[in-house]
Each structure stands twice: as structure tokens, then as C-alpha cells.
Design a protein around this ligand. Structure first.
Ligand SMILES: Nc1ncnc2c1ncn2[C@@H]1O[C@H](COP(=O)(O)OP(=O)(O)OP(=O)(O)O)[C@@H](O)[C@H]1O
Ligand SMILES: [Mg+2]
Length: 374
């Protein structure tokens, strides 16, 4: 096993050869390809308080691969923050274990823990910036605490401020920044120690939609350029759809389902996932809903919803051929997630075409009927 390479930042730790403290487990990697991986093995967490026990996590097993943008979703209280916080040992599992880069983190001594937290950056919903310190001082903080030399701090701070496009704001105080700029500073501070994993707990929840998009594109850029693994919690399903590669749905501390985003979003199996995705589902247009009748009467056309779950691309000529007659497109909502087409078409079809299309199977659902001249 190769000894974990120290970062190239010239930190105090890097300046002197690293010797493991007697109580510390030497930092080793299982293999170089494991940089930025996290494994949860049967992780459970019980909080005990005066009002009783809370089972925040219940037997969670999960792998986060190197370079993934991994989303954690679930209702409020599902255990998302608790799970995220086990990665840098802000929470200790009651049972089970968490491995970072193949290494069980529960066994780390003080030195090992300090090094682990240097390798794992974290950003928060409310930015957690120190208002009495300038942007430069805020960003420099992790390096200052680690005793890194002034010149190296200056170089590194400049580099990360450029990365988040705020090089000109170094001497500004946080109160003079917009929410989006504050979060960029939060990201810069998280990146200044050159981490391999970035944890984001509701990092865009306090931001307006446009600023959210710019922060998301920054996170994606960082993921791509620095090869950083990102684990993020959000209540905004559009954020998951926009940037995540994988997602886990937590429900009452347990995994409801997990997998690549296109599959979980395209074919949600668990009721909790369906409930979370409801805001993304396009409602029936109001005018159409008002004209729908539940029964086919002579001269009525069927309104069919054809669902695409990413397995096959929407092929309009195949649809028309299958219908064997005219069909009208009433509404279309197809998204592309990770190269997979996901969404639905609403079409109107006469009786013969309806029968043929329904024969296709469960991807075709009848939702009512409209008059032929609609
Ligand atoms: N320190 C604590 N002491 C007692 N109970 C706790 C503690 N931290 C979390 N819990 C409980 O554990 C459960 C999971 O909490 P957690 O914060 O992980 O949920 P969450 O999914 O992040 O929710 P939200 O979306 O509201 O942030 C909740 O029932 C919560 O009340
Ligand atoms: Mg939370």
C-alpha cells in the first residue's frame, strides 16, 4: 500500500516529513484510484436525548465513487445531514463504519483526523464566514490554523479566489458581498486546503434561482477541473437533475433507493422518491384538464401519456407507425439527464390508434378523453 502523498501546498505538515503519532494509524491508501471515495458500511446512528431515542440512520450501506457528484435527498429529518457529517467524523456512527479512500476513519488518531479534515472541504447553507475578517482572511483561515507560511498562503488564496472568479474582492468584508459571492467565498475557503472531497449541506438553499445556477456551474467546473468528489444535500430536485451523477434517497434513516440520477429520476420506484419528484412533474395544462372526460363517447379522442424513462429515446416516427393513424401532440416535456431522455409526451389519438398504442405496454397510460375537434 502506498503512503498517502501529502498535498503540494507546502503546508506546515508538508514542510516536515510526516511521522505518525504513536496513537495514530498511518494514513495509507488502498490504491491510488481510490482518491476521493467514500464507503458507508451498515452505518447506523442513534441520538439519545431526554425525550428518548432517535434512529437518525439505520443500516446505510453505500459507495461514493471517485469524482462523482453524489446527491443525498429525502424529507426533512430523513438523516441527510447526519449521513454527510459521518464522512468527516463530525458525527460518529453508533454502529457500522465509514471508509474514506478505503480507510476506516473511526480508527484515526488526532493527527489522522486533522489530515482527514484537510482532505475534506465543507460548505454550508449560511456560508459561515467570519464577519470581522476580510475575504482574504476568511479564505486563508484553514491554512493559518495549520501554520502554513505567509507566502504560500498568499499564493494559494489568490489561486482559489481566481477559481471562484472573485480575485478582486480579497480586501472586502463579507457584509458587502451578495449571497452568491458569499457562497463563492465559502467554496474558496473549502478548496484552499486542496481537498479531495467537498461536502455541501444545502449550499444553494439561501440563493435565488439564477445565483443557484451560477454556483452549480462552479461546483461542476471544480468537479471537472480538480477531479474532486462532491457529496451534496439539497431539497431542490432540479439541482440534483442539473449536476449530480448519482443520488441516494433517504427515508426515515434508511435507503429508499439509490443509483445514477437518470435511472432514479426516470424510474422512481419508492413512494418517497415519487413524492420528492412531484414538483418536477409537469401538471396537465389547465385548459386541457378542464375539457377532459373520463369515458370514451362517440367522436372523442383519447389523451395518452407516453412516459420515457431513459431506456429508449423518444422516436416520433416509431410512435406514429405504432399508432397506425394520426396522432396529435398536446404537450411534451422531455429532459436529457446523463444522455438519457426522460419525461413524457401527451398525445391525442382516435379509437384505433388508442388501442394500438395502449398495446405498447405500461409506458402508455390513458388519462381521459377530449372532443374530436379539440
Ligand atoms: N444532535 C442531535 N441530537 C438529537 N437528535 C438529532 C441530532 N441531530 C439530528 N437529530 C435527529 O436525527 C434525525 C435526522 O436529522 P438530520 O439533521 O440528519 O435530518 P436531515 O435529513 O438533514 O433534515 P433537514 O432536511 O431538515 O435538514 C432527525 O429526527 C433529527 O431530529
Ligand atoms: Mg439537514
Amino acid at each position: 500500500m502506498a503512503v498517502l502523498a501529502l498535498d503540494s501546498l507546502g503546508t506546515a505538515r508538508a514542510a516536515t516529513p510526516r511521522v505518525a503519532a504513536p496513537d495514530a494509524i498511518p494514513l495509507t491508501r488502498v490504491d491510488a484510484g481510490a482518491r476521493g471515495t467514500v464507503r458507508f458500511e451498515n452505518v447506523s446512528k442513534t441520538f439519545r436525548s431526554a425525550s428518548g431515542e432517535v434512529f437518525a440512520l439505520d443500516d446505510v450501506s453505500l459507495d461514493v465513487s471517485s469524482g462523482a457528484i453524489f446527491g443525498i435527498i429525502g424529507r426533512s429529518g430523513a438523516g441527510k445531514s447526519t449521513l454527510l457529517r459521518t464522512v468527516n467524523r463530525l458525527e460518529q456512527p453508533t454502529s457500522g463504519r465509514v471508509l474514506v479512500d478505503g480507510e476506516p476513519i473511526a480508527a484515526l488518531g488526532i493527527d489522522g483526523l486533522v489530515d482527514l479534515r484537510r482532505r475534506i472541504g465543507m460548505i454550508f447553507q449560511h456560508f459561515n464566514l467570519l464577519s470581522a475578517k476580510t475575504v482574504r482572511q476568511n479564505v486563508a483561515l484553514p491554512l493559518t490554523v495549520a501554520g502554513v507560511g505567509k507566502a504560500e498562503i498568499a499564493r494559494r488564496v489568490e489561486e482559489v479566489l481566481r477559481l471562484v472568479s472573485l480575485a478582486g474582492k480579497a480586501e472586502t468584508y463579507p457584509s458587502r458581498l451578495s449571497g452568491g459571492q458569499k457562497q463563492r467565498i465559502g467554496i474558496a475557503r473549502a478548496l484552499v486546503s486542496d481537498p479531495e472531497i467537498l461536502l455541501c449541506d444545502e449550499a444553494t438553499s439561501a440563493l435565488d434561482p439564477e445565483t443557484t445556477l451560477s454556483i452549480l456551474s462552479l461546483l461542476r467546473d471544480i468537479n471537472w477541473r480538480l477531479g474532486l468528489t462532491i457529496i451534496l444535500i439539497t431539497h431542490e430536485m432540479s439541482v440534483i437533475r442539473e449536476i449530480c451523477t448519482d443520488v441516494v434517497v433517504l427515508e426515515a434513516g434508511r435507503i429508499a433507493e439509490s443509483g445514477p440520477v437518470w435511472r432514479v429520476f426516470g424510474m422512481p420506484e419508492h413512494p418517497a422518491t415519487r413524492a420528492l419528484l412531484a414538483p418536477l412533474t409537469r401538471d396537465l395544462p389547465e385548459d386541457l384538464a378542464g375539457r377532459l372526460t373520463p369515458y370514451p363517447t362517440p367522436g372523442r379522442k383519447a389523451v395518452l401519456r407516453i412516459t420515457y424513462s431513459g431506456r429508449t429515446p423518444p422516436d416520433l416516427s416509431a410512435l406514429v407507425a405504432a399508432a397506425g393513424g394520426p396522432v396529435q401532440l398536446l404537450q411534451a416535456g422531455i429532459e436529457r439527464i446523463q444522455g438519457h431522455a426522460i419525461g413524457h409526451l401527451l398525445i391525442a389519438a382516435g379509437p384505433e390508434a388508442e388501442a394500438r398504442l395502449r398495446a405498447i405496454g405500461e409506458t402508455v397510460a390513458g388519462i381521459g378523453y377530449v372532443a374530436a375537434d379539440d
